[in-house]
Design a protein around this ligand. Structure first.
Ligand code: ASP
Ligand code: MG
Length: 427
């Protein structure tokens, strides 16, 4: 008998019908001889609605109380799901994150899991129950306060529980049929990926792909938990994310490694340019120290060659739009000491990234990427690369067109429009 951890996202449990559908699917897995632990998110957009509500009573809600509020969302879906399963004649018990043994640090609103002690969950499934666990939440080891893991954190709960319970697989049910070669909401010809390595998936998640959170994939890789991303609406085979490609049914051949796994896009970043920086040691250090001290994570950095005549250079970097104000304020403060001319802030940018471990050994990928963009009339503003990724910054308006062009150029288009989006508002 195997143990499966299944995670159902907000769109899968958006209403009573959805909860009943999920209950049936869980019972199915149980009837197939598995022990089942199901992790649930809050219904539909209810987390967003709770945040809106909090902001109506306080512009900057206290972190501890916000966590108390938001964790209520997952408690609603877990209790309803347990009721629905019982109604089908099977035993089920729901547990909060704290009861399930999800222990975190004490950083409210984005806590990190530091330990999972799933004793009660183990007992519950051993007694024949389906154990339902509220995703996205835990309890602080130090303060004993309730914490949340950051938006979309239920995936991480599922993988962490799967690791602690030594589950055979962690199934993540979502509103699309798996991981696609591009966001199927934007690229209709995106193709479902059958298998993708942790490495490529991490890079896609870091480049703006939203289907799995970076932190969740990181956790799965660390504990070597295979993830099966699939739809709760269709029941089709989804995408396997693991270290090694699965061996085919015939047992002889592995699924081939694709050269390119997919393209990701991100329009959540902005670009700051520090204009007229003296070209001497210590200037970049001072700029990025100020940014670091403001606790801002940056993405790309580019320094222009200084014009020989002036010995001044420009330094550009990208960061989340939401941190734009903080960054420019921090840089204004060091204007005199660094001696730069001015700051430019641009939030009309987008990023397109091409990801695939195969680019390490296949020359010409970069050239083909840039050619595809140029054929589509898309101008490149910044470039950055890793061993298995090339990213460019373009105008925000050019992202969709550039994305589609690159997707076609690398032969990723499917013959038919197979990408179905079953639910969710993408909010
Ligand atoms: N309900 C939380 C959110 O919307 C957690 C999750 O969905 O994973 O962010
Ligand atoms: Mg959600």
């Amino acid at each position: 008998m195997g143990l499966v951890v299944q995670k159902y996202g907000g769109s899968s449990v958006a209403d009573a019908e959805g909860i009943k559908r999920v209950a049936k699917r869980i019972v199915e897995a149980k009837k197939n001889g598995n022990q089942v632990v199901a992790v649930v998110s809050a219904m539909g957009d209810s987390t967003d609605e709770l945040i809106d509500l909090a902001e109506q009573v306080s512009p900057i809600p206290a972190g501890r109380e916000l966590d108390m509020l938001l964790t209520a969302g997952e408690r609603i879906s877990m209790a309803l799901l347990a009721m629905a399963i019982k109604n089908l004649g099977h035993e089920a018990q729901s547990f909060t994150g704290s009861q399930a043994g999800v222990i975190t640090d004490s950083v409210h609103n984005k806590a990190r899991i530091i330990d999972v002690t799933p004793g009660r969950i183990r007992t519950s499934v051993d007694e024949g129950n389906v154990a339902i666990v509220a995703g996205f939440q835990g309890v602080s080891q130090d303060s004993k306060d309730i914490t949340t893991l950051g938006r979309g954190g239920s995936d991480t709960t599922a993988v962490a529980l799967a690791a602690a319970l030594d589950a055979d697989v962690c199934e993540i049910y979502t509103d699309v049929d798996g991981v696609f070669t591009a966001d199927p909401r934007v690229v209709k010809k995106a193709r479902k990926i059958d298998w993708i390595s942790f490495e490529d998936m991490l890079e896609l998640a870091a480049s703006g792909s939203k289907v799995l959170l970076h932190r969740c994939v990181e956790y799965a890789r660390r504990y070597n938990i295979p993830i099966h991303v699939r739809s709760s609406f269709s029941g089709l085979q989804g995408t396997w994310v693991s270290n090694e490609p699965p061996v085919s049914k015939q047992g002889d051949q592995q699924v081939e490694h694709a050269i390119i796994s997919g393209v990701a896009h991100d329009v959540s970043e902005a670009k700051v340019t520090v204009v007229g920086v003296p070209d001497k040691p210590g200037e970049a250090a001072a700029i990025f120290r100020a940014i670091a001290d403001a606790e801002i994570n940056i993405d790309m950095v580019v320094q222009n060659v200084s014009a020989a005549a002036t010995s001044l250079t420009d330094i550009s970097f990208t960061l989340p739009k939401s941190e734009g104000r903080k960054a420019t304020t921090a840089l204004e403060k060091i204007k005199a000491s660094v001696g730069y001319d001015s700051l430019r802030y641009d939030d009309q940018i987008g990023k397109i990234s091409l990801v695939g471990a195969g680019m390490k050994t296949n020359p010409g990928v970069t050239a083909q990427f840039f050619e595809a963009l140029s054929d589509a009339g898309v101008n490149i503003e910044l470039i950055s690369t890793s061993e298995i990724r090339i990213s460019v910054i373009t105008r925000e308006d050019d992202v969709v067109e550039g994305l589609r062009a690159v997707h076609s150029s690398f032969g990723l288009d499917s013959e038919s429009d197979e990408a179905v989006v079953y639910g969710g508002t993408g909010r």
